[in-house]
Design a protein around this ligand. Structure first.
Ligand SMILES: *[C@@H]1O[C@H](CO)[C@@H](O)[C@H](O)[C@H]1NC(C)=O
Ligand SMILES: *[C@@H]1O[C@H](CO)[C@@H](O)[C@H](O)[C@H]1NC(C)=O
Ligand SMILES: *[C@@H]1O[C@H](CO)[C@@H](O)[C@H](O)[C@H]1NC(C)=O
Ligand SMILES: *[C@@H]1O[C@H](CO)[C@@H](O)[C@H](O)[C@H]1NC(C)=O
Ligand SMILES: *[C@@H]1O[C@H](CO)[C@@H](O)[C@H](O)[C@H]1NC(C)=O
Length: 471
């Protein structure tokens, strides 16, 4: 499965981004990244086969050692670094961002936002299911921003910059059957965020939604009043004039796992190990947030069973049991509910399964095709791809329906299933130079998991906006 490979590479993007300058003797993160790249290269070279297995890349699509090494030579970062500087726990964080930590949940005064809530109520009646609808063409109002206007778009989302020839995927707007989505008003959203900390927590797909959210907001903030910085697993966008932050925290399983830490990749680990009941490990960094947006799915579904660690990762002799994906996923969902309850969080969202379009036979296309070269949405209103497990959807329904705590479920699966045209496909940073064989057959390396920006994930944020302002 190529999907995991992409998720894995995406996890590096945090380290590719500009970091705050830090004084002191610690190795600057970008150098760590360079060193890490080198070590990974060595690992690929020596343990190539295992790594391919681990990353789920079929043999003929290998990261050739040559390809990797030439990529490395092109890199401006040099590997002659002190081995000891490589932090074995690179995702360990300093304290949560200092400004963010200062932010207090409630402003205590009636904000401007409250005045608009009534207006929204009229739009969003009880009976209207915002997630049930259809895509309509709207060239006038779409896209909501241009990629060139948003400096935060990362290499893995900037499709136009990577040569995508068509733009139609940017012009569709979501039309729920029973009502209309309120348009995303950045000034109202920023008022809502005043003095608050909002946090997206999950995998690289959630990072895409975070970036989209920042792109939707940032124009109203002057350059000197905004910044984006990363500290290990945490990325923080600051909107100084609003004394607000929008953050992303990388935790692909939400619970502690052996994939949280990129050093794991060097240890030839193939199995996914998730630690039972470990929600507080990462939760420590979320507990100060006022608005939380979780996701987790794609990392759970590779293979059928997961290794569940009962003790801790530090213990010499590890007690591990195998669990079916569904049971393990349920365990994680229940942990989230308990955590939300324990910390009295009231503004919590959970984004559902993000579908992938790796098999065009799902929608009646070529036997060997995928999202590559797809330029129109799927029209069949009942379309559902094979990558989105109904069992997981039922499980989420079940867990959430029994929950005492208010978690808003963003049910984006069906509406995103229609969007086979919205993936980054081959129009993204490919991380490693492509082989002539791959170049001759782009279907082989198309990423049908992540989404172009601007694009589909802006709609997810419109839905989030509607839900956030409604209650
Ligand atoms: C930012 O918000 C915090 C918490 O609400 C408050 O203590 C602080 O004074 C605010 N800072 C500014 C510059 O408004
Ligand atoms: C956003 O809302 C504010 C306050 O209602 C309004 O003045 C402004 O025109 C709106 N902006 C857009 C783009 O609709
Ligand atoms: C949550 O609320 C309960 C009851 O109001 C309170 O006893 C508890 O201390 C709160 N917990 C946190 C972490 O704020
Ligand atoms: C892409 O789609 C166009 C039109 O649908 C078709 O003519 C072309 O052959 C396709 N290219 C590939 C490589 O599949
Ligand atoms: C999400 O929407 C699908 C239809 O698109 C529906 O079958 C499912 O029950 C919904 N899930 C939840 C948890 O509401």
């Amino acid at each position: 499965m190529k999907q995991l490979f992409y998720l894995f590479l995406s996890s590096f993007s945090l380290f590719l981004r500009k970091h705050p300058s830090r004084n002191g003797s610690r190795l600057p993160p970008f150098l760590s990244f360079g060193l890490f790249g080198f070590i990974l290269f060595v690992v690929v070279f020596i343990y190539g086969e295992d790594l391919h297995y681990f990353l789920g890349i079929p043999e003929q699509k290998q990261l050739g050692a040559t390809a990797f090494s030439s990529n490395f030579q092109q890199s401006k970062y040099h590997p002659h670094l002190d081995q000891n500087s490589l932090n074995p726990h690179p995702t360990l964080l300093p304290n949560p961002s200092p400004i963010a930590a200062q932010l207090i949940a409630k402003t205590g005064t009636k904000t401007k936002t409250d005045d608009y809530v009534d207006h929204l109520r009229g739009v969003q009646e009880e009976y209207c299911d915002l997630f049930s609808g259809r895509w309509v063409w709207d060239e006038t109002n779409r896209p909501l921003y241009e990629a060139s206007e948003c400096p935060y778009i990362q290499q893995q989302h900037s499709c136009q910059a990577h040569g995508r020839p068509d733009k139609d995927y940017q012009s569709w707007t979501w039309q729920p059957h029973g009502c209309s989505l309120p348009s995303f008003n950045a000034s109202i959203m920023l008022e809502k965020l005043r003095g608050k900390r909002m946090m997206f927590i999950g995998d690289s797909i959630n990072r895409g939604q975070f970036i989209s959210f920042v792109c939707l907001l940032h124009r109203l903030i002057p350059d000197h009043g905004k910044s984006m910085t990363s500290f290990g697993s945490l990325t923080v966008f600051r909107a100084e004039p609003y004394n607000a932050t929008v953050e992303f925290y990388w935790a692909p399983f939400l619970l502690e796992s052996n994939f949280d830490n990129r050093a794991t990749l060097l240890k030839k680990k193939k199995k996914r190990i998730v630690r039972k009941g470990s929600i507080n490990t990462h939760g420590e960094y979320w507990k100060g947030a006022d608005i939380l947006v979780f996701n987790t799915y794609i990392w759970w579904i590779r293979g059928s069973k997961l290794q569940i660690l009962l003790g801790s990762f530090e213990e010499e002799k590890k007690e591990i049991v195998e669990m079916q994906t569904e049971d393990a996923y349920r365990m994680a969902m229940e942990s989230i509910l308990e955590w939300v309850d324990k910390y009295n969080k009231t503004r919590v969202f959970f984004t559902g399964m993000s579908p992938s379009h790796g098999r065009s036979s799902d929608w009646g296309g070529d036997k060997d095709g995928n999202c590559y070269n797809q330029t129109t949405p799927i029209e069949d209103p009942s379309y559902w791809g094979t990558g989105s497990r109904k069992s997981i959807m039922r499980l989420i329904e079940d867990v959430f329906s029994r929950s005492k705590v208010p978690i808003t479920f963003l049910n984006i699966t069906q509406l995103s299933e229609f969007r086979k045209d919205a993936h980054t496909s081959i129009y993204k940073n490919q991380w490693i130079p492509l082989t002539p064989k791959q170049l001759a057959n782009p279907v082989q390396y198309a990423d049908c998991v992540h989404w172009c920006l601007p694009g589909l994930q802006d709609t997810w944020n419109e839905l989030l906006y509607a839900k956030l302002l409604h209650s």
